[in-house]
Design a protein around this ligand. Sequence first.
Ligand SMILES: *[C@@H]1O[C@H](CO)[C@@H](O)[C@H](O)[C@H]1NC(C)=O
Ligand SMILES: *[C@@H]1O[C@H](CO)[C@@H](O)[C@H](O)[C@H]1NC(C)=O
Length: 274
Amino acid sequence: MKYLLAVSYFIFALVCAEDDKPTNVKVIANGIESFVVTWDTPSKLNGDFLYYTMYYRKEASETESVRLQASNVNIGGLKPNVPYEFWATISTKKGEGKESEHVFGTLSLEAPAKVITEPEHFHGKLNLIVTLPCKVAGARNVTSIIWKVNGQVIEGNERQILLEKGKYLDLIHLRHEDANNYTCIATNPYGSDSITHQETHINRGEEFHTRGLVNGYNVVPYLLSSVHGIATYVRNDITDVKVLELSNQDYIFRIVTEVGGHTVTNIYKPPNSE
Ligand SMILES: *[C@@H]1O[C@H](CO)[C@@H](O)[C@H](O)[C@H]1NC(C)=O
Ligand SMILES: *[C@@H]1O[C@H](CO)[C@@H](O)[C@H](O)[C@H]1NC(C)=O
């Protein structure tokens, strides 16, 4: 029994050692003088992770390198129309692992737009906010990003907020009907690229109906982010309640209610929001 255990442990260690190198290295032109380089890390490493080293060289030039904690890097100050070679390693407490595959890239003045965010399946919570990212690389600063759902362009409104020219789409106060596939499309004069995020819900956000209850009062509409939010409470013998405004603009939450002929404005700006 002990013998078997020892043998299987040995095989396990061998497999891990084999895995100690970055995979899926990608090189994406970002403008006319830089590349974004990304890679994946095996889920199990042979030793405790210390850092990545990303190596690159221009054809027939010295190799340069950078040490990193993140598995992506933007390398700037490069020349167009010359091939560059990139590879990466992982260093653990056991030392530097094997080199990843070498990947080549040539910068062109005409690099097509490229979405570098990976498509993801999001599980937003009802009534809360979910943020869908769309990070883009491509030649120059003329790249535009649009988002579509059901083939319709999202123009942005109080529940669908486009941030940083479309680099993020925030879906606010999630409803059942928001569960859908959201496509971001990046376009520049040289080409176009897109990804689709899937958004489905879980119900946890609805807990607020019980968590936020105050005896003898009703909750009028509320807005919540994952941490913060606002609600307006009205004594439950008052029935003359009308919601005039429910909005979230630049992360300032506003609820305006008319209660028994009086207007009640509830404004909230979460900390750390810009
Ligand atoms: C693009 O960059 C150039 C040079 O940096 C600048 O003059 C121009 O205004 C930029 N265009 C846009 C649309 O941002
Ligand atoms: C979203 O895309 C997934 C994967 O292609 C598909 O299974 C699902 O039905 C789509 N959902 C909607 C609402 O179109």
